[in-house]
Design a protein around this ligand. Structure first.
Ligand SMILES: N[C@@H](CCC[C@H](N)C(=O)O)C(=O)O
Length: 276
């Protein structure tokens, strides 16, 4: 199978974008892993596949696969790249788009330059829906990891996130603790793990150990979940700039029941073809 693809990134969270409207694509988890492999394939954190919508309210459907081959519900940086991709590939001329993901419908708008704004939907805090094992909903939960207890928030942005406050993101044990929490039995679908350092009411730093990938340079849904977790604890205001290793994202959330808005860049790197 010969596939045309585009390499893109959102703040260094990188993607192989595939247009499944103009070409026939059949991908197994093994082929996804091959595409994502940085030595044996193109290399990326996620493979994103653009398809015709099933939902009549949506312009497109986009599917998200982690580098480990697993299909997941949502990807914030990927959503911004999706918006730029369908415009550059002339699949649509619309400035405002509705896209169907496995995590629900997202609304996207092109802003000036390379910036895209995404209505990421209402965050889910009910533990069973994250999913996270807990007796009742709370702002934070104690989580026992190998006998040491950490305080985490559990938030779903369509996909599951655990958020921990740290004093310094630079020295936070992102790889070691992130890998343990990702597979903690209280998160039955595994989880993305955010390490958040709050520096003021409108500024914070975040590193994310992503489910199915490892640490990435940026995680859009992770930034949204971190802003929600911090706002619930009244540690930040409604609008907060989250600085990730790859750069900043602007997140706005005005409280429970309200949707989260994320704005940031989408970058095209190159176009290519691969035989799989
Ligand atoms: N990089 C993404 C999140 C991608 C999916 C995630 N690894 C998961 O398994 O849920 C983002 O920008 O949100």
């Amino acid at each position: 199978m010969r596939l045309k693809f585009t390499k893109m990134h959102g703040l260094g969270n990188d993607f192989v974008m595939l247009d499944a409207i103009s070409q026939r694509i059949k991908l197994s988890p093994e082929k996804i892993r091959q595409l994502a492999d940085r030595n044996l394939g193109i290399g990326c954190d996620q493979v994103l596949v653009v398809e015709a919508p099933r939902n009549p309210d949506a312009d497109f459907r986009y599917r998200i696969y982690n580098a480990d081959g697993g299909e997941v519900e949502n990807c914030g940086n990927g959503a911004r790249c999706f918006a730029r991709f369908v415009r550059e590939r002339r699949l649509t001329g619309k400035k405002h788009l509705v896209v169907e993901t496995a995590g629900g419908l997202l609304r996207l708008s092109h802003l000036d330059g390379d910036q895209v704004s995404v209505d990421m939907g209402v965050p889910v805090l009910e533990p069973t829906d994250v999913p996270f094992e807990a007796d009742r909903q709370a702002e934070t939960y104690p989580l026992d990891v190998d006998g040491e207890v950490f305080t985490v928030s559990a938030v779903s942005m369509g996909n599951p996130h655990a958020v921990l406050l740290v004093e310094d993101v630079i020295t936070a044990p992102v790889e070691s603790l992130g890998a343990k929490i990702e597979r903690h039995p209280r998160f039955p679908n595994r989880v993305n793990v955010g390490f958040l350092q709050i520096t003021s009411r409108d500024e914070a730093h975040l590193r994310v150990f992503e489910r199915g990938v490892g640490e990435t340079r940026a995680c859009g849904t992770g930034a949204c979940a971190a802003a929600v977790a911090a706002r619930l604890r009244d540690l930040v205001d409604d609008s907060v700039t989250i600085h990730l290793p790859g750069g900043p994202l602007t997140i706005h959330w005005s409280g429970p029941g309200q949707p989260v808005t994320m704005s940031g860049p989408a970058t095209t790197v190159y176009h290519g073809q691969i035989v799989l």
